[in-house]
Design a protein around this ligand. Sequence first.
Ligand code: ADP
Length: 485
Amino acid sequence: MKFSMKLVLSTIIVLALALGFSGFYFVNYVFETSLDREVGQALDESSILSFAFETAALNVPLKYSVLPDSVVEEIASKLEMGGRSEGRLLRIADEEQNVLYTSDGFTADEGLLPQTDQHTKSYRVILEGDSYYVHTCVSINTLDRILYLETMKNVTEVFTERAMGFSLYRKVTITMLLTGMVIMLVIASLLTKPIRLLTKATKRMAAGDYTYRARQISQDELGQLTRDFNGMANALEENICKLEEEIEAREEFMGAFAHELKTPLTAIIGYADMLRSHKMDEEKSIMSANYIYTEGKRLEAMSFRLLDIIVAKQEEADLQEIPVQELFVYLQEMFAEKREMDIRFHYEEAVVQAEANLIKTVLVNLVDNACKASETGGAGSGTEDTAENVGVVEVTGQAADEGYRIAVKDYGIGIPEEEQHKIVKAFYMVDKSRARSKNGAGLGLALCAEILKIHHSRLQIESKVGEGSCFSFVLPMEGRGTYEE
Ligand code: ADP
């Protein structure tokens, strides 16, 4: 059963009970008041009749010292009709409770007589045929006799009124319940609307529509529930998006990995097959072996890089205080042999927080990439200033508000804008043949990104095709000074 229906039914049950009890109490109260009034009137009337009897008995001639039964009958018959068009219902009994006079239609049994004595009046309500009566009994003291006068007063009307009252109240109750039910249906439907909207949202989300949100239409507890539900849906959507991105990145990685493995392996297998199946002259044999060696080396380098990335992903940051000088001196020594490039270093002395070996790996990769991008074939379409600087790589270190910024700037080929966010992905190369010819596999920047992640930093790339690129990142800093070469 629907919640709104339950709400309607429970309200109707409560309403029915309340109306039923109050109606019963009200009609019964009116009935009892009317019946009490009728009983009072009947008792008063019987007292008056008793007094009238005693008065009439006083007028009996003095020859009787005891009232004879015939006189009793005479007085009783006079009282029966006295002052009324319709005869009274009465019965007179003597001291031994022998009936002396009975009106026509007086049908009540003699059950009340034993309960009455000289000093008490008694009454009861009886049903005779279809009619209700108040049956009273009082004593009469006259001429040395004690007689008993019983009367019957018809009170059927009071009972009929009660039955009519109940019937009317039943009709009113049923009408009110039906009207109440319609009103409650409308109210319950309005009250449960937020629940229906939430159910709809839940179903849509279960069907995969994670962008759907429940409409909030109230500020009460259900409104709060809707807000909380939408908050939960936002968090869920965010997590699902992250998971989807991760899955996509993993699939991309697997595809690129398989592809990068295939190229050197095809070359190795091809040349190895040639070596074992043809008899070749020495020069060709050496050339084939050479291909196998270089492609094998490439595979080896790639597997080392991949291992580095995996290690960097799992590594916990163990940051130490390092003077930046240590990093720059290492770089200078590392690239001292690269005479064809003009690598310039300019840095402010400072102490940074970093894992020295990992940051050195990042710097070597960035300088190496800058050198590759600046080698012949780059910056042809650049500005005059760029053309002058071809072959120059600037490595700078500068203290800034956010930390210590290290930047590697070249005036090489540059990177198209739409490629800039992709180059940190594993195996991504802007120009594959050029990268492979320089022994690249598209893993260097992916490794840098992972290393910077554990330093709570990230790679920033500014680049223009034909003008060059600038790769920079920020490290947490301790102290500062200046150095220039
Ligand atoms: P690779 O091993 O190929 O150098 P990286 O991950 O280091 O792999 O670089 C990915 C790609 O980004 C490179 O193949 C190159 O196309 C591009 N790239 C990286 N650094 C530069 C740069 N300084 N200038 C131009 N292109 C660059």
